[in-house]
Design a protein around this ligand. Structure first.
Ligand code: HGY
Ligand code: MN
Ligand code: MN
Length: 411
């Protein structure tokens, strides 16, 4: 059955600009860390908007939020869409929330048109996708897919205070529904690309067929504090110099394995006095690659580099693996439903894989899943300057609406 429902770009854009006030930063970005007061504000907004639209709200033990519009067949397994509402410390107005608000706009369009799907349609906000406050990320979808253990995730500690489970209680979003109990027939996620490809090639839509694997780990380097003036160079146990060499090695390994990537996002140098040779360094690090075997080889190369540094520097280097997610391949049926929606509207597009991790990585292990990308300015994200155009957001939202309708008719 052909349908020509059209989303409301103005209403979509208004919700994006309206919700950007929750955690708004002076530089025009958004700081809405998982389980923070700002996260509660946007969750409250989202809950009210879904209740106003007449959707049924669900909340599981990890704080994942589910808003469902019933279908004509109550026995049909729901089709789901959504993303995440939390952000990076210096995040933007679109990462994550675009996927949730596009889902809200798609559902609102169905309601306005009185269009009835056979399947119930569920809109999801996954808890703590970013992992900026509580690492690893994607804990809501990770526990939902049984790839992360709930007890471990609820015990995660924020380095500057707060334990995940307690913080979830504090904001009033710890539900009773067992996480993972509800099943979906399919899941679709709309997200900004967070990279430069679509903008550079002047394309409107990315049809995302999969995503690269990633490996997150923490490193502790122990040397010895000593006087910066009196300690001869060959007598020092300088943890910071070892950390610098290890950070450069991560960059070298990424460059040696294109299109792999790697970086060090967080470092601490202790005791942090300008005239004391640092005896302790901690750092986060990550490596990513589209090929699982290459990602493994990259981590092996890093292990070898650690041994080399420890052999020549009197320091001890300890690794704590935080998280490894192998590359993901999305479901062809969902990918083709997206491609069909793109073709229906004549949007320019390309098939691609995701450089960033997303909740879809985990949900894809539980049901047919795929993603839709829209461009963002200069491919910038995890940055307060992150931005996307009303037209591109509207195009992506139109595609996800038509994808859901197509899946409803074919699944
Ligand atoms: O880290 C990631 O890839 C995701 O954007 N949080
Ligand atoms: Mn995201
Ligand atoms: Mn992000």
């Amino acid at each position: 059955m052909k349908t020509n429902l059209t989303i409301n770009p103005e209403r979509l854009w208004d919700t994006l600009m309206d919700t950007a006030k929750f955690g708004a930063t002076p530089k025009g970005g958004v700081r809405r860390l998982a389980l923070s007061a700002e996260d509660k504000q946007v969750r409250d907004w989202f809950k009210a908007a879904c209740e106003d639209a007449g959707f049924t709200l669900g909340l599981d033990t990890m704080g994942n939020m589910y808003a469902t519009r019933p279908g004509t067949d109550p026995n049909a397994t729901p089709i789901a869409l959504g993303s995440h509402l939390d952000t990076q410390p210096t995040g933007g107005k679109f990462d994550g929330i675009l996927g949730v608000l596009a889902g809200l706009e798609a559902l609102r369009t169905l309601v306005d048109a009185g269009y009835e799907t056979r399947h119930p349609i569920t809109l999801v906000n996954w808890t703590n996708e970013e992992g900026a406050r509580f690492a690893p990320g994607m804990t809501g979808s990770g526990v939902y897919s049984n790839e992360m253990q709930e007890a471990d995730m609820l015990a995660l500690a924020d380095p500057i205070g707060g334990v995940f489970g307690e913080e979830l209680e504090k904001i009033g979003y710890k539900g009773t529904e067992p996480t993972g109990a509800r099943k979906f027939a399919a899941f679709v996620e709309l997200h900004i690309e967070q990279g430069p490809i679509l903008e550079k090639e002047e394309l409107q839509i990315g049809i995302v067929e999969g995503g690269q694997g990633l490996f997150w780990f923490d490193v502790t380097i122990t040397g010895r504090d000593s006087h910066a003036g009196t300690t001869p160079m060959d007598y020092r146990r300088d943890a910071q110099m070892a950390q610098a060499e290890l950070a450069l090695a991560i960059e070298e390994i990424a460059l040696a394995n294109p299109p792999g990537v790697g970086t060090v996002g967080v470092t601490a140098v202790l005791p942090g006095s300008r005239n004391t040779v640092p005896g302790l360094c901690t750092m986060s690090a990550e490596l990513r690659h589209p090929d699982g075997d290459t990602l493994t080889a990259m981590t092996a190369a890093l292990d070898a580099k650690v041994a080399e540094i420890e052999a020549k520097r009197p320091v001890k280097i300890e690794f704590t693996m935080r998280w490894r997610k192998d590359p993901v391949k999305f479901d062809a049926r969902v990918v083709e439903a997206i491609a069909g929606a793109v073709e229906k509207h004549g949007f320019t597009s390309k098939r691609m894989i995701s450089g960033a991790g997303h909740d879809s990585y985990f949900v894809a292990t539980t049901c047919p899943t795929a993603m839709i990308f829209v461009p963002c300015w200069e491919g910038i994200s995890h940055n307060e300057e992150e931005s996307a155009t009303k037209e591109d957001c509207a195009a992506g939202t139109q595609v996800i609406l038509d994808t859901i309708i197509a899946l409803d008719q074919t699944l």
